[in-house]
Design a protein. Structure first.
Length: 406
């Protein structure tokens, strides 16, 4: 039996055990939501040439700087430059060229006037207002010069990041492989939702809740197993899981009862238990282990405990496998709207709702704080972090909260 450890110590031990996943070169559309593993550098300046930001007329600003209603300026329209075309002539004194959004600016022009700000008649344009230099022009290299880092390692490849990589001419990019996860749900009492319940049975909510949490993290490869409360069944499931997964999650069977087989199964397979109990509520019986070089989290069977410990510990571990940065949930300050009582010396994570009011964050505990009561967690958007000895925090107290961001 390994002794009860603190919330912070649990994070420290998990962070120390994380080994970042290998790099893959993936086609752009297969890299969506993956973590970039190397910097992406501009192979050329961006933009590659001076280009128009609008549909309009490219002119010399000095030709139009004195224009007014009383003294309009007339310029001869001498050319047109469409997007993707190279200008065929320069712009001289008294001349203008029609340009389209994204089109190359003709040599000699130094500003672009929007098409609606000119009157065209008989090959001439009339301008009734002065203009400034460099209006509506996207300049050569203004975003990136050749060799500039456009995206840093560790960034998640969002649609915008994929678009940027494509604009650099890339077809494949180096990303970290997504974690493969095996989920094993244990319990003789569990029944598939939709099936009739017999006495002493409950529906299997943990499998659906944890799968939803994994899906929210965009984990693409997940295997699922259901086990009875039997060490041989669990050992077989774990053996299959570690052949596939980088991270294994078990639900239920993590405590010290006669039918809690997670720790005996890990030991039977030669795994190393790094800790098996955290001084938190909900979620005290959490097992963290190394099994054949793979990470294993044994989460509690109580539904709220399973989901809260997933949020606090499993989510940061999954993210660190991809980006190498283990970041425990961020804390922020809030004010209690009502008294909150603490009954144990463990660190309480009180389900709550937080909202902004007059520049402050106000937080209120939800009804139903026991570890089997999903109603409060389903409506909560934060967890109040209540540390220290048993006591009551009065209304108006400053507290720290963790936002629930699955």
């Amino acid at each position: 039996m390994i002794s009860l450890i603190s919330y912070q110590e649990a994070h420290n031990r998990i962070a120390a055990a994380i080994q970042i996943l290998p790099v893959l070169e993936l086609p752009l559309l297969e890299a969506i939501n993956r973590t970039l593993s190397a910097p992406l550098q501009a192979p050329f300046p961006m933009p590659r040439f001076n280009q128009s930001a609008v549909d309009g007329y490219a002119v010399r600003a000095q030709d139009v700087e004195s224009a007014s209603n009383e003294s309009p300026v007339r310029l001869q329209l001498v050319s047109e430059v469409r997007t993707g075309s190279v200008p065929t002539r320069s712009i001289m004194i008294g001349e203008a060229s029609k340009v389209y959004t994204g089109a190359m600016i003709p040599f000699g022009a130094n500003t672009v006037i929007m098409i609606e700000d000119a009157v065209f008649k008989d090959d001439y344009l009339r301008f009734d207002a002065p203009v400034k230099l460099d209006m509506n022009i996207r300049h050569f290299g203004e975003e990136f010069m050749k060799g500039d880092v456009c995206l840093n390692p560790g960034i998640r490849m969002t649609p915008a990041a994929i678009s940027l990589a494509a604009s650099l001419g890339l077809t494949h990019i180096p990303v970290r492989r997504a974690p493969r996860v095996a989920l094993i749900v244990t319990g003789n009492e569990l029944v598939e939702p939709g099936e009739p319940l017999e006495d002493a049975q409950v529906y299997d909510s943990n499998r659906f809740g944890l799968l939803a949490a994994l899906d929210h993290l965009r984990i693409p490869e997940v295997t699922i197993a259901r086990c009875k409360d039997d060490i041989d069944s669990l050992t077989d499931a774990l053996t299959r899981a570690i052949e596939f997964a980088d991270l294994v999650i078990t639900s239920g069977g993590a405590s010290v009862g006669d039918v809690d087989f997670v720790k005996p199964a890990i030991s039977k397979l030669g795994g190393t238990i790094i800790f098996d109990s955290i001084a938190i509520k909900p979620g005290k019986p959490v097992v963290f282990a190394n099994l054949s070089g793979k990470i294993l989290f044994g989460l509690p069977g109580n539904p709220v405990s399973a989901l809260v410990t997933f949020l606090l510990f499993v989510k940061p571990a999954l993210q660190a496998l991809e980006n190498g940065n283990y970041a425990q949930p961020r804390l922020e300050s809030a004010l209690l709207t009502e008294d909150v009582r603490k009954k144990t010396p463990r660190t309480d994570f009180v389900r709550a709702t937080a909202h902004d009011h007059d520049g402050k964050v106000l937080v209120s505990p939800c009804r139903g704080q026991d570890s089997h009561m999903l109603g409060g967690l389903a409506t909560a958007n934060s967890l109040i972090v209540f540390d220290g000895e048993p006591r009551t925090l009065p209304k108006g107290s400053n507290v720290e909260i963790v936002r629930i961001e699955w």
